[in-house]
Design a protein around this ligand. Structure first.
Ligand code: FES
Ligand code: FES
Length: 159
């Protein structure tokens, strides 16, 4: 009796502006491929079941939990990780307003906050809090992050 094995395939993903070719198995998540095959360790393996948001990246401009996306689903698409947010208003604001928390949750908060201000540049505090509900931290009060979003809005608008 013959057995059928799932085979690896070569896919191309645009990551932080660069086309990357990578060999993936059908079952590999985007999170694992980014970290283990593309050397991008910004997205963190927190829960790896969609609860914490530490693995958040942008897929075609929308925030997604990369632990829930298969790498093959990202083939031919545009992925931005926290490494792609250098010199952005949100990075500057996090530095100036103390938005950085631990190394595990911060990259997910940064990516999601960036996405918020790209989609809703005028987002009020209530909207920002609701938007960030997909990212969990049990350690702090989120106040530095909220201040950072307000600051990033000002930086982006030139005020
Ligand atoms: S690691 Fe993906 S949501 Fe927690
Ligand atoms: S999980 Fe990062 S500071 Fe709480």
């Amino acid at each position: 009796m013959s057995k059928t094995y799932c085979s690896e395939s070569v896919i191309e993903i645009k990551v932080n502006g660069d086309i990357r070719r990578v060999v993936v198995r059908p079952s590999e998540t985007l999170l694992r491929v980014l970290r283990e095959k593309l050397g991008l360790t910004g997205p963190k393996p927190g829960c790896e079941n969609g609860d914490c948001g530490a693995c958040t990246v942008l897929l075609d401009g929308l925030p997604v939990k990369s632990c829930l996306i298969l790498a093959v689903e990202a083939a031919g698409r545009d992925v931005i990780t926290v490494e792609g947010l250098k010199n952005t208003a949100i990075q500057q604001a996090f530095q100036e307003e103390g938005g950085f928390q631990c190394g595990y949750c911060t990259s997910g908060f940064l990516v999601n906050a960036y996405a918020l201000l790209e989609k809703h540049p005028e987002a009020e505090e209530t909207t920002a809090r609701e938007w960030l509900e997909s990212n969990l931290c049990r350690c702090t009060g989120y106040e530095g992050i909220n201040r950072s979003i307000i600051k990033a809005k000002k930086i982006k608008s030139g005020n």
